[in-house]
Ligand binder design. Structure first.
Ligand SMILES: Cc1cc2nc3c(=O)[nH]c(=O)nc-3n(C[C@H](O)[C@H](O)[C@H](O)COP(=O)(O)OP(=O)(O)OC[C@H]3O[C@@H](n4cnc5c(N)ncnc54)[C@H](O)[C@@H]3O)c2cc1C
Length: 151
């Protein structure tokens, strides 16, 4: 069976991992923090949750925003009703929900920091912290902030 390392367990990584695991690949999510309260509005638009209904149809705590106010000191304020609500999550809760879905699909999760990535011809080798298991894989997927790896 092919093994894929998914670097980063944010929304991108956990969603990719869920699909990879459901497709029957051995999938390992690697993230230094996993579910955490990342500085983020946590807002999910109708466009997103209508395409991926599990983003709204779940038990995770959320708030629905149905109107918005624009105000200016001299011009006054205007209130607009949204055609479709905006869903707001705590990022910790959202990440945890998406990671749980990936895990339920069969993905494995490792809470470790990746410090380097070498891409030789035959396999991808990742250095992690000394106490963590060595991970060797031919395939990996990465998400946006893994660029922080060069630190
Ligand atoms: C202030 C702010 C407000 C925002 N508000 C919204 C909003 O309301 N709605 C919206 O849709 N988007 C919003 N965004 C954007 C949103 O946060 C990102 O688009 C989204 O988090 C990207 O998801 P991702 O899975 O690609 O990356 P991330 O969520 O950043 O996940 C990357 C993961 O990689 C892990 N990681 C990084 N480096 C390493 C390493 N070396 N080793 C191991 N793990 C590592 C991190 O711990 C993290 O969990 C906002 C962003 C900011 C900054």
């Amino acid at each position: 069976m092919k093994t894929v390392a998914v670097l980063g367990g944010g929304p991108a990584g956990s969603s990719a991992a869920e699909r990879l695991a459901r497709a029957g690949l051995r999938t390992i999510i690697i993230d230094e923090k996993l579910a955490w309260e990342k500085p983020c509005g946590g807002g999910i638009t109708y466009k997103a949750y209508s395409q991926y209904p599990y983003l709204i149809e779940n038990e995770t705590p959320k708030k629905l925003v149905t109107s918005t106010v624009i105000a200016a000191p001299k011009a006054g304020r205007v209130c607009m009703e949204l055609n479709q609500p905006l869903v707001i999550y705590s990022r910790k809760d959202l990440n945890a929900m998406l990671l749980r879905r990936a895990e339920e699909a069969g993905a494995e999760i490792e809470t470790i920091v990746i410090v380097t990535i070498e891409v030789p011809v035959v396999a991808v080798e990742m250095a992690t912290v000394a106490t963590a298991p060595e991970i060797l894989t031919r395939y990996f997927v990465t998400s946006s902030l893994i660029a922080a790896i060069s630190r």
